[in-house]
Design a protein around this ligand. Sequence first.
Ligand SMILES: [Zn+2]
Length: 80
Amino acid sequence: MSIPDNSRKTRLGALSAALVAAGPVPPPEVLDRAITPDDVRAFPAYFITGPGRERASATLCAHGYTLISSCPGCDAAADR
Ligand SMILES: [Zn+2]
């Protein structure tokens, strides 16, 4: 006997499916402050292709690039 899977038939189920598809979601303490290049690196699925993309594209790093652009300065800092 199996339990019918109706997770995609509810609004919450659809939202959960979308979140899982987008990948890990940053915790509230990250979303409540100004986001940084490190946040985008830590949650690329959310900030590059997910719901955070608009915010990341409107935020500039210390070198003047948007957070969805690859920035030589931030890449160098991340390699250190
Ligand atoms: Zn930068």
